[in-house]
Write a protein that binds this ligand. Structure first.
Ligand code: IMP
Ligand code: MG
Length: 186
């Protein structure tokens, strides 16, 4: 097994910058959702680190829920545009103000398919908060209410985002050096 350092091209967003931005997002969300019945819906597994930091910086009452969806063809780095629900929400979100918490929006296909599934459960409102936005890769329009950072089309890992399921624990966002990675993949 290789180390994260073996495949790191550069640190794209360091820990301090991430934490500062997450605080700004938390402050804005608290302002906007004051007095509302807020549920943060996190998509497993990539959104977990962001969710946990975000909620700990929030000062208004809210609950959390999880959903796991996967693109057909596990292991693919690019989504295919078809999703399967692996784990569904466990509490009723009817009439609640739902905020989806995502790690990254790339093509947008995953959310494009997931949004109607959540909408069908009758929330009072439904908005999206994503840490990262690979805007140039978008294939379908996704209305994003809160965005941490718009990033270039590079494969990134850390802070919840995985590289072949590893390195989600890194406190920063790193860019993968594809040439170096190839040496470790058969
Ligand atoms: P989309 O359906 O193309 O928007 O892809 C969404 C999912 O692809 C994200 O939730 C991530 O799990 C994954 N993904 C896209 N880009 C990256 C990346 O650069 N690093 C890690 N995962 C990524
Ligand atoms: Mg994800």
């Amino acid at each position: 097994m290789y180390s994260y350092k073996d495949v790191l091209a550069e640190v794209l967003i360091d820990e301090e910058t991430l934490q500062h931005r997450v605080q700004e997002l938390a402050d804005q969300i608290c302002k906007d959702y004051e007095g509302k019945d807020l549920v943060l819906v996190c998509f497993l597994r990539g959104g977990v680190v962001f969710l946990v930091d975000l909620m700990r910086k929030m000062t208004i009452p809210h609950s959390i829920e999880f959903m796991a969806i996967s693109s057909y063809g596990a292991g693919a780095r690019e989504s295919t545009g078809h999703v399967r629900v692996d784990y569904d929400l466990k509490t009723d979100i009817r009439d609640k103000d739902v905020l989806i918490v995502e790690d990254i929006i790339d093509s947008g296909n995953t959310l494009h398919e997931a949004i109607p599934l959540i909408q069908a459960k009758g929330p009072k409102s439904l908005e999206i908060c994503t840490l990262l936005n690979k805007e140039s890769r978008r294939e379908v329009d996704i209305p994003i209410k809160y965005c941490g950072f718009v990033i270039e089309d590079k494969f990134v890992y850390g802070y919840g985002l995985d590289l072949d399921d590893y390195f989600r624990n890194l406190p920063f966002i790193g860019v993968v050096d594809i040439e170096k990675l190839k040496k470790y993949q058969s």
